[in-house]
Design a protein around this ligand. Structure first.
Ligand SMILES: C[S@@+](CC[C@H](N)C(=O)[O-])C[C@H]1O[C@@H](n2cnc3c(N)ncnc32)[C@H](O)[C@@H]1O
Length: 260
């Protein structure tokens, strides 16, 4: 049976979205997708369409337990880094921009293929582009963060190669993905748009080994992998979720370095 994360964590709203007229350079038509309907009533949308619809209701802070647990891991990783030039790929409404600014970076850029998402960000430089075709020269950044966006990307190798190209030697890539157990458990991502209509976002599940292969083949060296679980809470929705799924790993976070 397919289960939506949001129905399990009913106290929280979740998120996602896409635009039909563009063929995403990161996408591969042959790649498998988790896109079976979670509810008869929820339309399954490709990411480009989904994020355009989701943007209006997508906060610029961690707004569900999965994002919170992800940020608890990513934030200290970023805080240890010193960057002059930082890029947030799949920046959405800019959740990680203040954290990247706190690394001391003089340049912090947010990049996303959804114009609607980018218009939610304020006070920093933003650019509309595809993660697998970055409009930057080789070695342009010291730190690249990419939070919870690679599940929207079919071709993991194209993503990691492009991150490695844009990183300077000694630069850091920190990125997170939905944990592969999502696919095993048949979970899906759902969100409500500004009209209250429920949608499901398709995603590409990536196994841990596939991440590791893609990172190494791109010439990056894995420094850390974390697989955090949703933390204990008094919230009845979270307690029920933890009980039902035996306290599962929620996300996976990678820290990789471009070594000389
Ligand atoms: C789940 S949201 C995460 C937003 C933000 N990183 C956060 O964690 O709050 C994923 C974001 O990645 C963007 N995205 C997905 N695939 C992308 C791609 N190939 N190139 C650029 N942006 C992409 C989406 O438009 C969306 O804003």
């Amino acid at each position: 049976m397919k289960t939506t994360i949001n129905s399990q964590l009913s106290t929280f709203t979740s998120h996602v979205a896409y635009r039909t007229s563009h063929a995403a350079p990161c996408a591969s038509p042959a790649a498998p997708r988790i896109s079976r309907p979670a509810h008869r009533s929820a339309e399954v949308l490709p990411p480009r369409v989904a994020y355009e619809l989701w943007a209006d209701t997508y906060p610029a802070v961690a707004h569900n337990p999965l994002m919170r647990v992800e940020q608890e891991v990513v934030e200290p990783m970023l805080a240890k880094l010193r960057a002059r030039r930082a890029l947030d790929v799949g920046t959405g409404s800019g959740r990680y921009v203040p954290l990247l600014q706190s690394t001391g970076a003089s340049v912090v850029l947010g990049l996303d293929f959804s114009l609607a998402m980018l218009t939610r960000g304020i006070g920093h430089r933003r650019i509309c582009a595809d993660a697998c075709r970055l409009p930057f020269r080789r070695g342009a950044f010291d730190v690249i963060n990419a939070s919870l966006m690679v599940g929207d990307v079919a071709d993991l190798g194209a993503f990691t190669r492009e991150m490695a190209r844009a990183l300077a030697v000694g630069g850091h890539l920190v990125y997170s993905d939905f944990h592969p157990s999502w696919a095993e458990r048949g979970w899906s991502r759902t969100f409500r748009d500004a009209d209250g209509t429920l949608h499901e976002v398709s995603y590409h599940p990536h196994a841990i080994d596939d991440h590791l292969d893609a990172i190494e083949q791109a010439g990056l060296h894995v420094r850390a992998i974390r697989e955090p679980r949703v933390t204990r809470s008094f919230d009845p929705g979270i307690r029920a979720f933890r009980r039902r799924w035996n306290n599962p790993q929620a996300v996976v976070v990678f820290h990789a370095v471009k070594e000389p």
